[in-house]
Design a protein around this ligand. Structure first.
Ligand code: FMN
Length: 366
């Protein structure tokens, strides 16, 4: 199985299966001299952790990060950083029944078609536990970005058709982590939560839209032609399970408006030429223009639902029906927020290293 590595200069490789002994990540290309300890990683893993509220999977995992390499005297050395998180609350019993009956909407059937057999315990490699490695590596990327005055924030803007009102960056910072849905509009958050409970009550699930904003990114990040910043963000975000679409700036809406409405006028701001609006979402020609980078991802409803569904029994090659039990998220958007932030942070650090904005050898003075 290839394709477990992401990035060019700041490169991560995730490994591990949902019900194996552990999952983790190797971060290759982190500059030397970065002050780092387990609490930096843990802070982000705690936001991703299952069982945080009654609208996430009840799987109880502490998700404790163990930093195994790449550090000396509390600082990175430039060598590969290896982070391990043990799987403790493993219960494969509910998955035995799914061994030969692929779940509609999940990766079971395509893994089976491609590899012949698959690790069916908890979804194996296609499980959301894989995203632990991304979030752990993303915590390092966020720390590097923070030192460069850059912040990455995500929040749920739509869930099950319920929309957040327009919010500003201050409201996102202030409100998002205060409710289990991770929506910066508290009224919409309550309705979204009720929607998740209602869907779960019917043995069903709901999807939504998550917005990710990068603030403080200098102009000039992104490598034309194939490695546009927009293309790298799309790859990073679309590589997260359950993400079915991405838009940047006005995105899909830009196809139905006129150029005169879409174009961001350019004017003088603080003595410098700058766009006066941000319909472009901070990227033009694949290169950042100094404005906030704004992406939105469409997240599908959780495939594992307890409602009866049609599938096949591959051991007997006949049609059958399944009801999925086991522990699942009734809605993925609230849990994807830290994962999406991590992917955007990883793309930004990698692209900023490629563009010479961040040094590759050492964070400190030579
Ligand atoms: C944070 C997160 C949590 C998820 N939780 C679940 C879950 O509890 N149950 C489930 O069936 N799928 C869950 N998924 C989605 C599956 O991993 C995903 O749908 C599956 O791998 C198939 O990939 P695709 O939807 O991108 O085609 C989750 C995904 C993410 C990113």
């Amino acid at each position: 199985m290839s394709g477990n590595t992401f990035g060019t200069l700041f490169r991560i490789t995730t490994w591990g299966e949902s019900h194996g002994p552990a999952v983790g990540v190797i971060v290759d290309g982190c500059p030397a001299g970065l002050l780092l300890d387990e609490s930096d990683i843990q802070k982000e893993l705690n936001r991703r952790r299952p069982g945080q509220s009654d609208i996430t999977t009840p799987r109880k995992e502490e998700d404790k990060a163990e930093l195994l390499s790449g550090l000396f005297l509390g600082k990175t050395t430039g060598a590969p950083i290896s982070i391990l998180v043990r799987n403790n609350d493993v219960d494969s019993s509910k998955y035995e029944a799914l061994c030969d009956t692929p779940r509609p909407g999940h990766a079971d059937m395509t893994y089976r078609l491609k590899y012949g057999s698959r690790d069916w315990r908890g979804g194996g490699r296609s499980s959301a536990r894989e995203t632990i490695g991304r979030v752990a590596a993303g915590a390092i990327a966020k720390k590097i970005l923070g030192m460069n005055g850059i912040e990455v924030l995500a929040h749920v803007v739509e869930l099950g058709g319920i929309r957040s009102k327009n919010v500003d960056v201050e409201q996102i910072r202030e409100n998002t982590e205060k409710n289990p849905v991770r929506c910066a509009d508290p009224d919409a958050a309550l309705q979204m939560e009720a929607m998740i409970h209602a869907a779960r009550g019917e043995g069903d699930s709901v999807g939504g839209i998550v917005e990710i904003i990068g603030i403080g990114i200098p102009a000039g990040v992104g490598e034309p032609v194939f490695d546009k910043l927009s293309a790298e963000l799309a790859k990073g975000l679309m590589s997260i399970g359950a993400v079915k679409g991405i838009e940047i700036g006005l995105g899909f809406k830009s196809s139905i408006i006129r150029g005169s409405r879409m174009n961001d006028p350019i004017g003088m701001r603080d003595g410098k030429p700058a766009p006066l609006t941000n319909n472009a979402g901070g990227i033009l020609g694949g290169i950042s223009n100094g404005e906030p980078i704004v992406c939105r991802i469409a997240v599908k409803p959780t495939p594992s639902i307890s409602k009866e569904q049609h599938t096949v029994d591959l051991s007997e090659m006949k049609d059958t029906r399944i009801k999925i039990t086991g522990r699942h998220d009734p809605s993925i958007p609230p849990r994807i927020v830290p994962v999406a932030e991590a992917m955007v942070a990883l793309v930004l650090v990698d692209m900023m290293m490629r563009g010479g904005f961040i040094r590759t050898s050492t964070i400190g003075q030579l």
